[in-house]
Design a protein around this ligand. Structure first.
Ligand SMILES: [Zn+2]
Length: 446
């Protein structure tokens, strides 16, 4: 069957930043066939015409950093910096099992979908010994809701006894980490265009992982063709830690380990020198910018204007729900714009540039050529935004209006040609039931 999404304001995010104010998108078998404005294509006999009534159509948003399990532990350590916050939460997260992870993932992914996000990366690195099926639980939740997931087999192997931050009972043995990553790759990873489930290799951070695990992770990922991810340069305390332990900045440390490269993206990158920004650009290393989380923990504001101007790949992330209690990626679009302007003045970022970070930028960060723009041959991942509500009255430019007036519940979310959200509600699951089941699990972490 062919579907024609007609009478919309289509924001393609292609190289020329083309927009069709009276546009249409023709979709077949989950892939975009053609896009245009004016006269609609005749299509085939089985064409279904969907009138969007002037709604804005953007590519589905791509989230580049999250910890879905943290939905179980929101609003803790309310005034803490990163290290204090982590020390309070590690022992709580140590209670995680597959049942709780499934409830957490359903909640976080449903929130993301309702904010227009069609593809979510989850950086899961908490693997309490003997608890199995954690990554599988997230993948099941994503499949049920209908969104794409890139799930990480994260890791920690540097406990308190060895000078790290996490408790010793929450760190794992290097060989077990590598073996489990290989298993998940074999069982779950889908290569190529249109993939709905992918695996990433993601040791947690310089203060919870040994240099040896960082190197072994890179070797493994490059052998299997998987992307690499970690936290980097989030706080001044992290920089002090690295200087003391390794005699260099976190970025220099990663560079030494062979981790600045095109198959890597790093979360945060708040504290980068101008030379380090240039190094990110030279090496094509990606960045997951998480402005709300960085503000919540008082970590600072990443130099996103500089990173974009240097030619870096930059996407947006909501980050985990214990440091950004809301998994709303559209809220991060507005937040990215606001913090860029707070740092660099009113022309530091346009509304469309902010939206580009959350779509094309995110897809580039995850290495997904098939996502992030609306062009023939790309996946039919469409976020459709109503513009007839109270908050957009008087906005002649509905695209800028959406960003400035955000966040919004998406009107319709299409992933690979299939509806995930329709009329602002989940299509394949019941929101109230997800919330009830989540509260039952969350009580176990009180
Ligand atoms: Zn994080």
């Amino acid at each position: 069957m062919q579907s024609l999404y007609a009478n919309g304001w289509v924001v393609t995010m292609d190289d020329a930043a083309t927009e069709h104010p009276h546009g249409w998108v023709l979709v077949e078998e989950g892939v975009i066939v053609s896009i245009g404005s004016g006269a609609e294509p005749a299509g085939r006999d089985d064409l279904e015409r969907i009138d969007l009534g002037g709604a804005v159509v953007t590519p589905g948003l791509v989230n580049t950093h999250h910890h879905l399990c943290q939905t179980l532990t929101r609003a803790r350590a309310q005034q803490a910096d990163l290290f204090t916050w982590l020390r309070e939460l590690y022992p709580v997260w140590a209670r995680l099992d597959a049942e709780a992870e499934y409830a957490a993932a359903r909640t976080g992914l449903a929130e993301l979908a309702l904010s227009g996000c069609s593809t979510a990366f989850d950086h899961h690195y908490v693997f309490p010994r003997g608890r199995e099926g954690l990554v599988e639980a997230e993948v099941q939740a994503a499949r049920e809701l209908g969104v794409r997931i890139v799930a990480s087999r994260g890791s920690m192997d540097l406990g308190v006894a060895d000078g790290g931050l996490p408790p010793d009972d929450l760190v794992e043995d290097l060989d077990a980490i590598v073996a489990d990553t290989e298993r998940l790759h074999a069982e779950l990873h889908e290569p190529g265009a249109g993939a709905r489930v992918q695996i990433a290799v993601a040791p947690c951070s310089p203060f919870s992982v040994t240099g040896r695990l960082m190197e072994e992770s890179a070797t493994l990922a490059r052998r299997l063709g998987l992307p690499l991810h970690t936290h980097l340069a989030e706080t001044v305390e992290e920089e002090e830690y690295c200087r003391e332990l390794y005699g260099c900045t976190p970025v220099e440390y990663l560079d030494r380990l062979g981790w600045l490269a095109e198959d890597v993206w790093c979360a945060h990158c708040v504290h980068l020198s101008p030379a380090e920004v240039r190094r990110f650009a030279e090496t094509r290393t990606g960045v997951a910018h998480c402005p709300t989380s960085n503000l919540r923990l008082g970590a600072g504001i990443a130099p996103v204007r500089d990173l974009v101007d240097a030619g870096c790949r930059v996407g947006l992330g909501v980050d985990g729900s214990a440091s950004n209690e809301r998994s709303d990626l559209f809220a991060e679009v507005k937040q990215a714009l606001l913090v860029a302007r707070g740092r660099g003045g009113p022309d530091a970022m346009t509304a469309r540039e902010a939206l580009r970070l959350a779509t094309r930028g995110g897809a580039a960060v995850l290495g997904r050529e098939d996502l992030g723009t609306l062009e023939p041959g790309r996946q039919a991942d469409l976020a459709i935004w109503a513009v007839d509500g109270l908050e957009l009255g008087g906005a002649e430019d509905p695209v800028a209006g959406l960003v400035f007036a955000g966040p919004h519940r998406v009107e319709r979310l299409v992933v690979g040609g299939e509806d995930v959200v329709r009329g602002g509600a989940l299509v394949r699951a019941e929101e109230a039931e997800i919330a009830r089941a989540h509260r039952v699990q969350a009580r176990r972490f009180a």
